[in-house]
Design a protein around this ligand. Structure first.
Ligand code: SF4
Length: 222
């Protein structure tokens, strides 16, 4: 029979929450020592394209498509200037490929005209690009440019709620809450282990709490 031991409450102070965050991070790092971003990339541009393709599509599918097309489109100019039908054909195995082909061309046209073909590094510049939201911008900042940034995807958001690190549902506000709890030098790593934990243990419908490595620090199990 499960016993419920509350590990957090409305009275949990910021420093207690930060300490609990460090404990959970330590546990997840031990559980997933080799985990990293699931999308393959060798340049900021490749990661940007992969992130646009990854919306409502599996990372495995995106990696497979990128492995084929990356040499064909080595620059933003190449993505921007390709004939639309040809690009659709190249991306057809990805979900919503028509819309994504349109978004990639529009984004890369802006890269060419506004940023000399380079992917910019600031949050403000990144979110000013077509098809780039805050999550994509932060994943890029963290993984392509080594900046302390938290990209709140569905796994990070769901787990942060269950773990009692936020009561927010808006991803931007969840990001704000997490930014004060996760040390800068762990922010990118935090996202990787949370995503992996969300995929294999803290599942959306039924989290596997009984075997969870951070159960003793999580208020969710009842
Ligand atoms: S699996 Fe359960 S105990 Fe583990 S983090 Fe998710 S909700 Fe908490």
């Amino acid at each position: 029979m499960k016993t419920h031991v509350p590990v957090t409450s409305a009275k949990e102070t910021l420093s207690q929450k930060q300490r609990r965050m460090r404990t959970i991070l330590h546990g997840l790092n031990q559980a997933y020592p080799d985990t990293t971003l699931a999308l393959n990339f060798s340049s900021p541009l490749e990661l940007l394209i992969a992130l646009i393709l990854a919306a409502q599509c599996t990372d495995e599918r995106v990696n497979a498509v990128m492995a084929i097309v990356r040499r064909k489109y080595p620059t933003a100019k190449a993505w921007a200037e390709v004939d639309h039908k040809s690009l659709e054909q190249d991306l057809r195995s990805v979900s919503f490929y028509r819309n994504k082909a349109k978004a990639i061309r529009a984004c890369c046209q802006e890269l060419v005209t506004r940023f000399n073909g380079q992917v910019p590094q600031t949050l403000e510049e990144l979110v000013s690009l077509s098809g780039v939201g805050r999550k994509t911008a932060n994943v890029l900042r963290g993984n392509a440019f080594g900046q302390p940034a938290i990209g709140v995807d569905r796994h990070v958001g769901r787990l942060a709620q269950r773990m009692g690190f936020t009561t927010q549902t808006d991803p931007d506000k969840i990001e704000d809450d997490l930014n004060v709890l996760v040390p800068d030098d762990s922010k990118v790593r935090f996202c990787h282990v949370m995503q992996t934990h969300g995929r294999v243990q803290c599942l959306a419908r039924t989290p596997l709490c009984d075997t969870c490595p951070v159960r003793s620090s999580c208020p969710y199990p009842t």
